[in-house]
Design a protein around this ligand. Structure first.
Ligand code: S3P
Length: 171
């Protein structure tokens, strides 16, 4: 099994889909933001506040190098900006979770923990800026993806099943 790298914009549902994939397959899962938080013993929000975004991106680079050298047979969910890592395609099959910006925001707002979900993401604090970032990134996400899953109007389980089917075909 090759690694699967889940990419996509903040709030699109990478974590929820990853949880369903591991329930229904042999994959185990890790998350680049979780790795960074444990490396620094600090929340992402705090890292942004205290060290700045450039420092966070450097930590993402360290994680990418480690993934490439040491991780196998794993589903790797990533922070929304992790796709910029130059060696991304060497780490595994790149799967994009895709949805229009307004649907992503709606998804976050409908979540029982909506407030916390918005608060923990520094780059979502200004929605106009976040939409610009989405528009800038979406073509880059699409260009990198080996597999694209449109998550709009699908449950996490439906997305996970589609992912596993497409990954099998792609192998
Ligand atoms: C970021 C996305 C976040 C987190 C950080 C930066 C981004 O992860 O890595 O706040 O640049 O899009 P999620 O995509 O899991 O929210």
């Amino acid at each position: 099994m090759k690694n699967i790298i889940l990419i996509g914009f903040m709030g699109v549902g990478k974590g929820s889909v990853a949880r369903e994939v591991i329930k229904h397959s042999e994959y185990i899962a890790i998350d680049t933001d979780d790795l960074i938080e444990s490396m620094e013993n600090k929340r992402i929000k705090k890292i942004f506040e205290e060290e700045g975004e450039a420092y966070f991106r450097k930590l993402e680079r360290d994680v990418a190098l480690w993934l490439k050298s040491s991780v196998k047979n794993t589903l790797i969910s990533t922070g929304g900006g992790f796709y910029k890592q130059k060696n991304l395609k060497d780490i595994g099959t790149v799967v994009l979770l895709d949805s229009p910006f307004d649907k992503i925001i709606k998804r976050i707002r409908n979540h029982p923990n909506a407030e916390r979900k918005l608060k923990k993401r520094p780059l979502l604090s200004d929605l106009k800026k976040a939409e610009e970032l989405y528009n800038e990134r979406r073509p880059e996400y699409l260009a990198l993806a080996d597999i694209v899953i449109d998550v709009t109007k699908k449950s996490a389980l439906e997305c996970a099943n589609e992912l596993l089917k497409k990954v099998k075909k792609h192998a």
